[in-house]
Design a binder for this molecule. Structure first.
Ligand code: ADP
Ligand code: MG
Length: 729
């Protein structure tokens, strides 16, 4: 009998919410108390140094090494007042997590004692002694050095006793080994390109910011139940488990009352997040049982991404204070919704204009249309690449499943915006100029005084939806670093805006007035990028056929989707924008393929182990019970009546035999397939083999395990079931 399972279920069931004291101060008072923000810079830095640093942060001025010492000293003084003893460069390697190596401030004082030291040199640059970060062959062992370099645009912060300094991570030869370096380059590219286009409309704009507001979905599972599920522990998802009779069909979880233990966790998390200057705002239950969401107010993209990485690690840590484990996997449970990370993305100016929001004047609405249409063009031209930017072994379970954006990138615009674009497309130049002279016409773009785009016009099935003043990239995985998606999107939009400017300037050079030239180019673009626009049901099979007809990327194999990064047009785009070189792209793809392989490999091993040492033994034991029952019936009724009485059990005995035989055989052939795949040298081909030959076996074997779960005596079953995992909270 499976005593352990009942014990953990009982223990989990009895847990009460952990009390979280409400801070005496208000959020506005403790907000960013652990952040070396401008207020602290002003207080702890000499005024000249403060001004120079702000110039670096705001205007991208080059960092003067001479000020680094003063900044380091100010940071150290502040941190030590906060009880900090260590510092670390904090960076985002090509894993899903962050990396840090802590060093104490202590140095010899030359008199036999120690003192606290932190120099500008240590602030600006370090050489992590770590040759085992994913690097795709860029860092061969003979040149294993990598550098982390300070990113002053994201403020330092304190976690426990450690001062954390956000940094980029690059190789000795200058290639990026992380997400942040190319992200910063892509933000620079989009700023430059968008600024040029802004000049058509405004003379006072000096900088264009990329905004990101992410919405983070996640699951919480009681930690006792979690510990009894080796598959969750090792792979982040359940590799087996029959549907619970009740799951999300009653739609009673979404926006429902937050369970008490979870509410305590959220309160705890939010207080810690606010102290770290993360403007968390929204919390609610999500669609699946035990699934929740957290969203802050949007911020500048680089900062927003650092904050998302920070929030994910805070969640992981704080969930444990509440007896939970955090599941960030995109699909921890079959049959209920998976988790994503909606990336609300927009461009804004230093003068406070949201470039994808309609305005009050003719010029502003033309600016609005300009940025929206160019974004659509970028997404159209690089739809395969954008899909690659969000693809992973784990997110593949979610894409294309019935609750998530499909594995085809398209854009939802809503009725109003669609009408506006149709109108521009179908109107000829003279008509538009005439319309512009009038007022009050329903769709007199670009002259309508105030264009209100209805934000409630939603379509949950679209991977890239326009939502009033921004686009919402919904296909991003819950576990992913948002930077991957943002790098691709920013670079594609930067490239597109450069093309746009060229096209418009050419017409202007030929003597066409500016407005008319802009409209001409936009009209042409609206026609070209039409295939990306789809307001219908993205989950439907008709859409898959339609999308293929439209020439959109419909590939579903993740290893093949990654090929998009190395297409000539992608390489040209990244290289021209100065975001990544071909060599970097190749190296990154090696990492992606390798990671894909390893994830499937681990899942396959875990499933094989569990199948052979949890499932088959238990099923066989139950089968033996049935056999004993049959033979005893036979003893009792030797006359033949035993056969009738044993009919059902005989059926079950055979069923169990069939399932266990299937499982054994297929676990064996899965091992053989793995061996064959492991012999392949090329990472791409190996990943393809894992995708084509091994991943499908996981589902096939699971099917039979889940059938056994329905048959075998509940008392014997060792692994906590879905009904326990998902409903005890
Ligand atoms: P939902 O999409 O669930 O309705 P909200 O409308 O509250 O959620 O917004 C989700 C996220 O979008 C939040 O982080 C919010 O700050 C962000 N957001 C709102 N406006 C913009 C914008 N113009 N650019 C980027 N993000 C934005
Ligand atoms: Mg949303």
């Amino acid at each position: 009998m499976s005593k352990l399972r009942f014990r953990v279920v009982e223990r989990a069931f009895k847990k009460k919410a952990v009390e979280v004291p409400t801070p005496a101060a208000r959020p506005s008072e403790y907000y960013a108390m652990y952040v070396f923000n401008r207020e602290k810079m002003f207080k702890y830095l000499p005024s000249k140094v403060y001004e120079k640093l702000i110039d670096v942060i705001d205007n991208g001025a080059t960092l003067d090494r001479n000020i680094a010492n003063d900044v380091a000293k100010g940071m150290k003084n502040w941190a030590m007042e906060m009880g900090v003893t260590h510092y670390t460069h904090w960076f985002h390697p090509l894993t899903e997590g962050t990396a840090e190596k802590h060093d104490a401030f202590v140095e010899h004082d030359g008199k036999g004692g120690v003192l606290e030291e932190f120099s500008g040199k240590l602030l600006v640059q370090q050489e992590p002694d770590a040759s085992s970060f994913p690097n795709g062959g860029i860092r061969n062992t003979f040149e294993a050095r990598g550098y982390t370099a300070w990113d002053p645009s994201s403020p330092a912060f304190i976690i426990d006793d450690t001062l954390c300094i956000p940094t980029i991570f690059i190789s000795y030869t200058g290639e990026s080994l992380d997400y942040k370096a190319p992200l910063l380059k892509s933000l620079h590219a989009v700023n430059t390109a968008a600024l040029d286009v802004c000049r058509y409309f405004y003379s006072d704009v000096k900088k264009v910011f990329t905004n990101l507001g992410w919405e983070q979905e996640y699951f919480l599972i009681d930690e006792d139940l979690y510990a009894a599920r080796p598959d969750l522990l090792l792979t982040g998802r359940t590799l087996m488990g029959h549907d619970s009779a009740k799951n999300q069909q009653l739609e009673d979880h979404y926006f429902g009352a937050i369970p008490m233990r979870v509410a305590s966790f959220m309160k705890d998390l939010e207080i810690e997040a606010l102290k770290l200057g993360i403007p968390v705002k929204t919390r609610h239950n999500e669609v699946a049982p035990n699934q929740f969401e957290l969203a802050p107010i949007f911020e500048e993209c680089n900062l927003a991404i650092d904050h998302n990485m920070l929030v994910m690690s805070l969640m992981r840590k704080i969930s444990r204070r509440h007896g939970f484990r955090l599941l960030l996997h995109e699909k921890p449970f079959k049959g209920v919704n998976g988790s994503g990370k909606h990336n609300n993305w927009s461009l804004g100016t230093d003068t406070g204009v949201l470039l994808m929001a309609p305005g009050k004047t003719q010029e502003e609405n033309l600016r609005f249309i300009t940025f929206v249409v160019n974004s659509l063009m970028a997404v159209y031209r690089h739809n395969g690449l954008l899909k690659a930017s969000i693809s992973s072994a784990t997110n593949a379970h979610r894409l294309g499943a019935n609750e998530a954006p499909p594995a085809i990138i398209s854009s939802f615009l809503g009725k109003q915006l669609s009408q506006v674009l149709d109108y521009i497309e179908s109107s000829d130049k003279d008509e538009l100029v005439n319309v512009a002279a009038k007022t009050g016409l329903k769709l007199d773009i670009p002259h309508i005084p105030e264009l209100m785009i209805d934000n409630t016009d939603r379509n949950r099935t679209s991977p890239f939806a326009f939502t009033g003043n921004r686009f919402e990239f919904r296909a991003v995985g819950s576990e992913a670093n948002c930077a991957s998606a943002m790098i691709a999107l920013n670079t594609a939009v930067a490239e597109q805006l450069i093309f746009f400017k060229k096209d418009v300037d050419m017409l202007i050079a030929k003597g066409e007035p500016k407005i008319s030239a802009i409209l001409d180019v936009i009209r042409k673009y609206i026609k070209i990028c039409k295939p990306i626009h789809f307001d219908g049901n993205g989950y439907s099979d008709e859409w898959k056929e339609e999308a293929a007809r439209r020439g959109l990327d419909c590939e579903t194999s993740v290893p093949l989707i990654f090929d998009n990064y190395l297409k000539p047009e992608s390489v040209a785009m990244f290289e021209t924008a100065g975001v990544m070189t071909k060599k970097e792209l190749q190296a990154r793809n090696e990492v992606k393929w390798e990671t894909y392989t390893k994830k499937i490999q681990i899942e396959s091993r875990v499933l094989g182990d569990l199948a052979m040492n949890h499932i088959v033994p238990v099923a066989t034991q139950y089968q033996t019970d049935l056999i004993n029952n049959v033979s005893q019936l036979k003893n009792l009724y030797p006359d033949g009546k035993w056969q009738k009485l044993s009919a059902k059990n005989l059926e079950l005995i055979e069923e169990i035999a069939e399932h266990t035989a299937y499982i054994k055989e297929h676990v064996d052939s899965m091992v053989e397939s793995r061996k064959a795949a492991n012999r392949i040298d090329h990472e791409r081909e190996k990943a393809i083999a894992y995708h084509d030959n091994i991943a499908p076996m996981l589902d096939e074997i699971r099917y039979h395990i889940d059938k056994l779960e329905l048959i075998v005596d509940n008392e014997m079953w060792t692994l906590p079931k879905y009904r326990e995992l998902l409903f005890i909270r």
